[in-house]
Design a protein around this ligand. Structure first.
Ligand code: NDP
Length: 322
């Protein structure tokens, strides 16, 4: 029965910096936001230790603390934060249309606007030693964690633009960077490759993969394997950066929202508008280039402002037609 279904003015999906910032702005604009946290409340930052690059924290802050504070700030203005996973959606094509959403495969909801902030998940190699040492020297974000390895020897895995950019970033901080590329060539753009080869302290290893990450509690070394010769070699390192790509969390939106060929949601120009009226996307789910907490928060703010403007336009259209 439709009259028993809850109608939400502004539904936010996802609880990273983008989702919570959207919630803060939407709540202050009286859009009465309801935010569903997803499987990993707080998002990717809850798996980070220290966040040193978010403006306004001169002494840094640990990721989980920052996410709790963002949640508290969103709740202070009236956001309802609910634990739950949006499992399916049916977006309307009409301006002013109602979007249908199902939570945890059972609860149906209706929403006038939807802000998608479901983020992206870093890919890992899947080796047991890599998984065991996540947070103990294995990281998927050089910009977040590289600083902790100042003056030390590290390694990075991947041959795309992210790996090339992060290897260059690390080369400015660390003593030596060993870069493992599984093929005989890099996938990164020529310009990015040039930056890697120009850095004196990056040693490029082609056709090379990680055989095992060494160390009990923290990373102490790496056993590499040449995938042409089968030859193995151990090196001493304190940090291992995995830069083999991210997967945007967009599975449930496929077929409804325009996405690029890697699954990132396409937004219109400088806005957060998707191809469905009243549906907005913010944070890593629509950004494969910058992927920072502060840029995600910025687009979360934009999404709430876009939703507010959209609702105002729908309301004035309805008044004119009445
Ligand atoms: P990509 O998918 O482009 O590259 C992933 C890299 O990781 C490839 O070299 C791939 O190897 C390698 N890889 C994948 N799986 C494994 C594995 N199991 N073991 C070892 N290596 C593996 O991801 P990126 O994150 O680099 O880039 C994503 C998108 O974002 C791209 O379109 C990129 O251009 C863009 N980007 C742009 C930037 C910029 O313009 N400044 C900065 C960062 C990203 P293989 O080649 O063998 O498949």
């Amino acid at each position: 029965m439709s009259d028993t279904i809850e109608r939400i003015k502004c539904l936010i999906i996802g609880s990273g910096p983008a989702g919570y910032t959207a919630a803060i702005y939407a709540a202050r604009a009286d859009l009465k936001p309801v935010l569903y946290t997803g499987m990993e409340p707080g998002g990717q930052l809850t798996t980070t230790t220290e966040v040193d690059n978010f403006p306004g924290y001169p002494d840094g802050v640990d990721g989980p603390t920052m996410m709790v504070q963002l949640q508290q700030q969103a709740e202070r203005f009236g956001t309802q934060v609910r634990i739950g996973m949006v499992t399916s959606v049916e977006f309307s094509d009409e301006v002013g249309g109602i979007h249908k959403v199902v939570v945890d495969n059972k609860t149906e909801l209706e929403a006038e606007t939807v802000i998608i902030s479901t983020g992206a998940t870093a890919k890992y190699l899947g080796l047991p030693s890599e998984q065991r040492l996540r947070g103990g020297g294995v990281s998927a974000c050089a910009v977040c964690d590289g600083f902790f390895y100042k003056g030390q020897d590290v390694a990075i895995v991947g041959g795309g633009d992210t790996a090339a950019e992060e290897a260059t970033y690390l080369s400015n901080i660390c003593n030596k960077v060993t870069m493992l590329v599984r093929k005989g060539e890099m996938r990164a753009s020529k310009a990015m490759q040039h930056r890697v080869t120009a850095a004196k302290n990056i040693e490029l290893r082609y056709n090379t993969e990680v055989d095992e990450v060494l160390g009990d509690m923290v990373v102490e070394g790496l056993r590499m394997k040449n995938n042409l010769t089968g030859e193995k070699e151990e090196i001493a390192i304190t940090g291992l950066f995995i830069a083999i790509g991210h997967t945007p969390n967009t599975e449930i939106f496929k077929g409804q929202l325009d996405m690029d060929d890697t699954g990132y949601i396409i937004t219109e120009g400088k806005s957060t508008e998707t191809n469905k009226p009243g549906v907005f996307a913010s944070g890593d789910v629509q950004d494969k280039e910058y992927r920072q907490a502060v840029t995600a928060a910025g687009t979360g703010c934009m999404a709430a402002l876009d939703a507010e403007r959209y609702l105002a336009a729908v309301e004035s259209k309805e008044e004119v037609e009445a």
